[in-house]
Design a protein around this ligand. Structure first.
Ligand code: KG4
Ligand code: ZN
Length: 372
C-alpha cells in the first residue's frame, strides 16, 4: 500500500510517500529561520508558513515519487520526459501520481492546534478529491516508528522484536514509553514541566545563543570534554516516580548567571554549557535506567531532536550495554526530528489493521493527544 503522509504539528511542513516501511520520497520545509528571531516557535507564524508552503511541499514529494520505480502503470514504469516533468502543472502532476497512491495519512496530535489544522484540512481535501482512505496518526507513535523506517531498497532490514522501551526527547516532549507491540503503548514517565530540548534551548538563550540551542551546547560541551563543573541540581532523582522535571534546573542556571559579570560569563561559557547538558542527560539516563529495571525492557528505541546529540547517544549505548540490551536510533538524521516519513511508516501498521478514519467530517486535531 502506498501512502502519502502529511505532518504539520509544529514548525516543519513535511510530506512523504512511503510503501510499508520504505520511504519512496520525502520533502521537508523547515520554518526554523522564521521562528529564530523570536527565540521559539510562534504558533500564528507556524500556521501561516504551513499554509503558504504545504502545496509546494506536497508537489515536491510527488515529483520525487514520480521518478521512483514504484511509480508504475499497469503497462510498466511511467516515463515522462524530463522536460515535460518540469513543465507539468501541479494539477496534472497530482492527477498522474494520485493514481498510484492508496491512502493519505496525517498527524492529528499532539502539537500546536492551529498548525495541526493546516495538515488535517489538506489531508481531508486530498482524500475527498482523489477518493482515498485517510489514516490519522499520533505524532509520538510516528517518532517511535521512525526507528524502523527503511530506504527505498528496504534497508536497514531490522525486524521488530517487541517489547521496546521508547525514549522520546525533543523540544516539545520528554517521555518514556513501553512500546509493547504494534500500536500498543504505555506511557511510563513524562516531563511535568519543560521538555529536555526546551531546557537546553532556554539555557542556550541565557548564555546568549539563538534558537534552537541544543546543538550549540553540544559543541561547547565537547570542547571541555563533556565534564560537569558546576553540579547543577538533578531534578526529581530522589522521587520514586518516572516523571521528569527540568524547570528547576533552568532556574538554577538563571540564578548562577545573575551573580556573574558579562566577562565572567563569557569566560565560563563552555563549562556552563557542559555542566547544564550533563545535568539534563544525567537526569534522563537515571530515569531511563529506573524504567528499564522496573519494566524489565532492555531494548531501547529513541526519537526526537535531542537524540541527534552524540554525547547522549554514547550514554544511551553505554546504558544499554550495562544491561545486555541494545539501543536503536532512527537510521537517518532527518528521521530524528519532525518529518512525514515516520507518519507514513506508522500509518502502514494502522492500515494493516484497517484503522482508517470512518467519517472525514469528524476528524479533528487533538493538541494534547496521548499515546495509549
Ligand atoms: O524533534 P524536534 O526537531 O522538534 C520538536 O521539538 O518536536 O526537536 C527540536 C529540539 C530543540 O530543542 C533542539 O535544541 C534539540 O531538539 N536539538 C538538540 C540537538 N539537535 C537538536 N539537542 C541537543 N543536541 C543536538 N545535537
Ligand atoms: Zn516531534
Amino acid at each position: 500500500m502506498i501512502i502519502l503522509s502529511i505532518e504539520t504539528s509544529c514548525d516543519e511542513t513535511a510530506v512523504a510517500v512511503t510503501e510499508g516501511r520504505k520511504i519512496l520520497a520525502h520533502a521537508i520545509y523547515s520554518q526554523v529561520l522564521i521562528h529564530k528571531k523570536w527565540g521559539g516557535v510562534v504558533p500564528s507564524l507556524a500556521k501561516r508558513a504551513h499554509e503558504e508552503r504545504i502545496d509546494l511541499v506536497i508537489d515536491e514529494a510527488l515529483k520525487k515519487f514520480s521518478s521512483t520505480s514504484s511509480f508504475m502503470s499497469p503497462l510498466g514504469p511511467v516515463s515522462l520526459p524530463q522536460s515535460r516533468k518540469k513543465l507539468m502543472s501541479s494539477q496534472k502532476l497530482r492527477e498522474q501520481t494520485f493514481q498510484f497512491i492508496d491512502a493519505i495519512a496525517v498527524t492529528y496530535g499532539p502539537g500546536l492546534a492551529i498548525a495541526l489544522e493546516v495538515g488535517i484540512a489538506k489531508a481531508k481535501e486530498l482524500a475527498r478529491k482523489y477518493k482515498k482512505k485517510l489514516i490519522a496518526v499520533n505524532h509520538m507513535e510516528g517518532h517511535l516508528y521512525a526507528n524502523f523506517a527503511q530506504n527505498s531498497k528496504g534497508n536497514p532490514q531490522r525486524n521488530f522484536e517487541f517489547p521496546y522501551l521508547g525514549l522520546l526527547i525533543s523540544g516539545g516532549h520528554t517521555e518514556m514509553i513501553a512500546f509493547k507491540d504494534h500500536l500498543s503503548y504505555e506511557i511510563l514517565g513524562e516531563t511535568i514541566d519543560d521538555a529536555a530540548g526546551e531546557a537546553l534551548d532556554k539555557a542556550a538563550k541565557m548564555l546568549g545563543f539563538g534558537y534552537p540551542g541544543g546543538a550549540v551546547l553540544e559543541k561547547l560541551a565537547e570542547e571541555v570534554g563533556n565534564k560537569d563543573f558546576h553540579k547543577f541540581p538533578r531534578p526529581m532523582l530522589r522521587s520514586k516516580e518516572l516523571n521528569f522535571s527540568f524547570s528547576g534546573l533552568k532556574t538554577a542556571l538563571f540564578y548562577y548567571l545573575k551573580n556573574l559579570s558579562d566577562e565572567e560569563k563569557a569566560k565560563q561559557i563552555k563549562e556552563l554549557a557542559s555542566s547544564f547538558q550533563e545535568a539534563v542527560f544525567d537526569t534522563v539516563c537515571f530515569k531511563l535506567e529506573r524504567a528499564m529495571k522496573e519494566s524489565n525492557i532492555k531494548k531501547l528505541v529513541v526519537g526526537g531532536g535531542v537524540s541527534a546529540n552524540q554525547t547522549l547517544r554514547k550514554r544511551l549505548r553505554e546504558l544499554a550495554k550495562k544491561y545486555d540490551g541494545e539501543v536503536i536510533f532512527p537510521p537517518l538524521k532527518y528521521l530524528c526530528t519532525d518529518n512525514a516519513a515516520m507518519i507514513g511508516v506508522a500509518a502502514h501498521f494502522k492500515a494493516e489493521k484497517k484503522m482508517f478514519v470512518k467519517d472525514l467530517e469528524k476528524l479533528d486535531r487533538i493538541p494534547r493527544l496521548k499515546l495509549s
